[in-house]
Design a protein around this ligand. Structure first.
Ligand SMILES: [Zn+2]
Length: 267
């Protein structure tokens, strides 16, 4: 069974353009510069694993014609990774043959996974999603990640490994699956010493700007990591509106590409 991957969104917390219509250095005539907030999807048969629920998740799933989500992996607690959690309702509630939602039936909460810290913060912020409130059934069920775990059944099983890294003062979970690592928010150069990140086919990595910052890698760090860890391919994500698709693409070695919303490939 093939494993497909979709970059649903590759913008930083503001998105491009910003909500007030500001495009920065990103050329607005290039559709690849229109960036929603970071989320991604791994699909293997009926197993459909979402990474993060961005505030744009509803429109991201509609655009990519996604009809089902079986579980969600959270990288960390920031709003641009989590605020779309409430949008998972149609995947948790029973639907009749005509696809209408039956609000009042028992829900099948979606299993969400994260570190102990991420899950406890999600429960505090989105309490109403984790338990029945008034007449509304729960939308999600909390699970803690382990160093390695599987999601899905039989030929649709996806194997995950996790490692923790720093993103400014916050800890983030890096998910590794199918020789691919996803780290949309990170500025932790100690990752170059992680054996789990050697011999990857693909690394999807935070590239907020050129120089990097207090919580994010920039192009300078991505180039260095690429030279040291040597993934076969590196995809830059979580980009600021000051990062124009074409200008950035011209500066990259052959194995590195700039993400755009809706980028799809097989792993
Ligand atoms: Zn973040």
């Amino acid at each position: 069974m093939k494993t497909k991957f979709i970059i649903l969104g590759c913008g930083n917390s503001f998105g491009t353009p910003r909500i007030d219509g500001y495009w920065g250095k990103s050329k607005k005539d290039n559709s690849k510069n229109f960036r929603t907030r970071c989320s991604a999807l791994i699909i293997k048969g009926s197993n459909s694993v979402l990474i993060d629920t961005s505030p744009d998740i509803r429109i991201q799933l509609i655009k990519n014609k996604i009809k089902n989500i079986t579980s969600v992996l959270y990288t960390h607690e920031h709003s641009d990774q989590t605020n779309g959690i409430f949008e998972l309702r149609p995947f948790a509630f029973e639907k009749n043959k005509k696809n209408k939602i039956n609000f009042w039936s028992k829900s099948k909460p979606i299993n969400v996974y994260g570190s102990k810290k991420t899950i406890s913060l999600l429960k505090r912020r989105f309490d109403y999603c984790f338990r029945k409130i008034d007449i509304y059934p729960p939308i999600v069920r909390a699970n803690f990640i382990r160093k390695s775990f599987n999601l899905g059944k039989g030929i649709n099983t996806i194997k995950f490994k996790t490692i923790e890294a720093k993103h400014g003062n916050v800890s983030v979970t890096i998910y590794i699956f199918n020789k691919t690592a996803y780290l949309s928010d990170c500025n932790d150069l100690s990752i170059i010493n992680k054996k789990e990140l050697n011999n990857l086919n693909l690394m999807i990595i935070d590239c907020l700007n050129i120089k990097g910052g207090r919580a994010h890698f920039g192009l300078n760090q991505c180039l260095m990591i690429n030279q040291i860890l040597k993934p076969k391919k590196m995809i830059l994500t979580n980009m600021h509106y000051e990062m124009d698709y074409n200008s950035l693409s011209k500066r990259l070695p052959k194995n590195m590409v700039v993400a755009f919303d809706g980028l799809k490939f097989n792993l």
